[in-house]
Each structure stands twice: as C-alpha cells, then as structure tokens.
Design a protein around this ligand. Structure first.
Ligand code: SAH
Ligand code: SF4
Length: 427
C-alpha cells in the first residue's frame, strides 16, 4: 500500500517539476512515507526522523516531510517537535506542490484532510520497482470496517473504490511496458464496488476485467476479508488461469470470542468454511494469513484455539504480531490491554514455531509437482540460479537455462526449505 502511495507522490511531484534523488545529502526535501498499524512501525519512523533531522542541521534549507498514516494520526503534533517541516495525510498528496511552494523554515505546512472521493484514479504512478516485472495497482482506498484493534480507518478514512476503467488502463499500460504481473491492492478488496449510472462493477467483475488484459499478465490481489470473500470471486479465480492461485486471508484469531471482540464479523466456523470452499474449488490454492497474539483479555484457551485453527488449516505462510494498542481505536477506548508483555511474547513465539513447522509441511507437499514460475531474476544467494514465484506465491529457485526476468519457466520441484521451493527446469 505504501509503495503504491510513494509512486503516486513521485508522479505528482515529477509533474510539478521536482526531481528524485536517492542520495540524502543531495536532497532539498526528504519525505518518510509512514505506517501506524503497530507501535514499533512508528518507533522506527521516529528513528528515521532523527537521522533526517541531523542531515537537515548540516544542510540548512533542507526540509523534512512526513506523509501517510502517521501524518494523519499525529497531525500538528509532528510539527511541534520542530524536527518536521511538512505533514501530509494520505488523501492530500495532490496538495504537495502547493504546500512545497509555501514552505519555508518559518512556515511549516500541513494538510491532513481526509476525503470521501480521492482515489488518485487519474494519476499514473511512477514505478519504483527496479525489476520491471511486477506492479502494484491500488483499486480502492480507506476502510469501512471497524476492527477494534485497528487504526487504519482513522488514518486512511472511509472506503472508496476507484473507477474500474482507470484500473484496467493502468494494467494495460504496465503490461505494454513489459510488466508480467499486477497486484490489485485494497484493505478489503472483496468489498470493492463501483457504480455509475450504467454500470455496477464488483470485485469478481473487476478481477475478470483485469485478467482479460492478456493471458500473459498474472493477476494477484490483497487483502481479502473472510467475511466478504464471495463464491463469485472464488469461481472467477477458479475459471481464469492467469488469476494467481493465492489468497491472503487474515484470520487474526482462532477463537470466536476474540473475533467478536475484535469486531471481525465472522466466527471460527465461518472462517473454516471459507477455507474449505477455497480448497474445494482450487485444491492448489496458496493460503496465507495474519495472526494477532495477546489481544485484550485473551486466555490460554483462546490462544490454543488460534493454534488449533492454524494446525487445521495449514497456512503456507503468516504474518504474526503481538497485539499493540493503538490510541483512539475502539479497543484502546473500551478494553484494557491486559495480557502481560511476556505472555504476548510467549504466545507469539508458539504461533511462530507452529507456523514454521506448517510452512515446511506445505512446501514439502509441493515436491514432485510441476509449477510455472514467473522469473524475477538471478537468485540472491546463487547468481547461476534464477528465482521467481509460482502461481501459489511460493518463491522458487532453479538453475538458469537461458531464461531471463519476465519469462515463464516450467519447473519440477525437487526439494525445499520452509520458505523456498528448489526445482529443475522441465519442458
Ligand atoms: N486490511 C487488512 C490488514 C490491515 S493491517 C485486514 O483486514 O486484514 C495488517 C495486519 O496488521 C492486520 O491483518 C493485523 O494482523 C495487524 N494489525 C493491525 N492492527 C494491529 C494492532 N493494533 N496490533 C497488532 N497487529 C495489528
Ligand atoms: Fe483494519 Fe479491519 Fe480495515 Fe483491515 S479490515 S484495515 S484490520 S479495520
């Protein structure tokens, strides 16, 4: 999400005549695009702000900007630190040229207005991915859910969907430039809905439209919400070979009591039913998730339910977090953050340990299979080998046989680790 926002910002600034540099000492303006989802993400940003502030002291006239979620969350409190000159929220990037015009050491600038309409639909992002194989396309912004632990609805505003024709145009454009994969991005892609007087396009229809750009263009998407992922979406995936067989389906907890308290609006049983449906339609579908350990009032029994759900589903991979209270959220206002830090850490470690074992099982189950891999380039560890992802999103490494980045290679999986498949080229 943030990579895509950065690309939108580059595009707006390039149009206004600004040039990009990756050398801090050369920059007249340095901006940090920020995330507020967990406290440690914000702590890292504070570290960066300090580094930028030191650079600013050595180079008078240089400005420091904070954009994105942390700008939205902390607003003018950031200016009060005097370490920051410019604060711009996620819906205000179009104001950047105007704000930069007005910016001076005595006149810091801020725009953190959220919008009900802004989708940056007409802005062609300046791609920052150097490989030129895989592009992110934002299909919607904001979120209308109120998961009680989550700060996103407050920092990124209400949900709005982008005009599907501008999305298809962007996919065509990157495909013509040589990209072979697009990932459609939104906080809850399944609730994508665009209506005009003559047309209604839901997420399943959008997926089909983007997949029709070319059978050689792979389509991925994230993030799916268990309460909203529909049979129609699953059927569209199952019947369209270039929509990748991978779903990121954050479960957060295996305990229905916790899920209710998190306001996720599904139960353990509902989640397991969705997984069963996915697997019945697409037995080869990759499945990954997000899990939170130690949410307010979580008991050992709740925690064991998370472990047992993970055992039962067998995710390929997971992002796993200890609960981090975010100011202003429903949970922060209503529930004490009462699971001691050492208990959170122990539970998180148990979750990670289980997932590592499951990942290895899931990767091992691929041995003997033939997969089609989109080549990303030489493997980092061994430049004689190539790497790339299979449709199910698993990273594969195999000996180069004349293919280059952007080609599709066919491999037979012969070995694996818990995060990589190792293969041999086949015809
Ligand atoms: N929209 C997506 C993900 C948004 S944030 C969804 O609904 O799943 C990405 C992940 O960060 C979440 O899935 C959740 O696991 C984690 N997360 C969000 N808020 C958190 C918090 N306060 N503490 C710990 N993890 C959190
Ligand atoms: Fe946050 Fe829930 Fe929205 Fe995801 S769906 S961004 S977790 S409020």
């Amino acid at each position: 999400m943030n990579v895509n926002d950065t690309e939108v910002i580059f595009s707006i600034l390039e149009k206004a005549g600004y040039e990009r540099t990756e050398v801090l000492e050369e920059a007249d303006l340095v901006m940090a695009n920020t995330c507020s989802v967990r406290d440690n993400a914000e702590q890292r940003i504070w570290g960066r702000i300090e580094v930028f502030n030191q650079a600013r002291k050595k180079r008078p006239g240089m400005a420091v900007g904070i954009v994105g979620c942390m700008a939205e969350r902390l607003k003018d409190k950031l200016l009060e630190t005097r370490k920051v000159d410019l604060v711009v929220g996620p819906d205000a990037y179009r104001s950047l040229p105007r704000l930069l015009e007005a910016l001076s050491p005595d006149s810091p600038q801020i725009d953190v207005l959220l919008s009900r309409e802004e989708t940056y639909a007409d802005i062609t992002p300046v791609r920052t991915d150097k490989k030129g194989i895989s592009a992110f396309i934002s299909i919607m912004r904001g979120c209308n859910n109120v998961c009680s632990y989550c700060v996103v609805p407050y920092t990124r505003g209400a949900e709005r969907s982008r005009d599907p024709h501008s999305i298809v145009r962007e996919a065509c454009d990157v495909f013509q430039k040589g990209y072979k994969e697009v990932t459609l991005l939104g906080q809850n892609v399944d609730s994508y809905l665009w209506k005009s007087e003559t047309e209604t396009v839901n997420f399943a229809a959008l997926l089909a439209m983007v997949a029709a750009v070319s059978p050689d263009l792979r389509v991925r998407f994230a993030t799916s919400h268990p309460k909203d992922i529909s049979d129609e979406v699953l059927q569209t995936m199952a019947s369209t070979p270039n929509i990748c067989r991978h779903i990121h389906l954050p479960v957060q907890s295996g305990s229905t009591r916790m899920l209710e308290k998190m306001r996720r609006k599904y139960s353990r049983e509902w989640y397991l039913e969705r997984v069963a449906k996915i697997r019945s339609l697409m037995p080869d579908c990759g499945l990954t998730t997000d899990v939170i350990a130690g949410f307010c009032s979580e008991t050992e029994e709740d925690h064991r339910e998370t472990l047992s759900l993970m055992e039962e589903v067998g995710f390929d991979w997971a992002f796993m977090f200890a609960y981090s209270e975010r100011p202003g959220t429903l949970a922060a206002r209503n529930y004490p953050d009462d699971v001691p830090q050492e208990v959170k850490t122990r539970r998180l470690n148990e979750i990670i340990g289980l997932q590592n074992r499951k990942s290895l099982e899931r990767y091992r189950a691929q041995i003997g299979k033939r997969l089609t891999v989109l080549v990303e380039g030489p493997s980092k560890r061994n430049p004689d080998q190539l790497c790339g992802r299979a449709s199910n999103n698993m990273m594969c490494v195999f000996p180069a046989a004349g293919q280059k980045a952007g080609d599709y290679a066919h491999i037979l999986v012969t070995d694996c680790t818990s995060a990589t498949l190792i293969g041999q080229g086949v015809q």
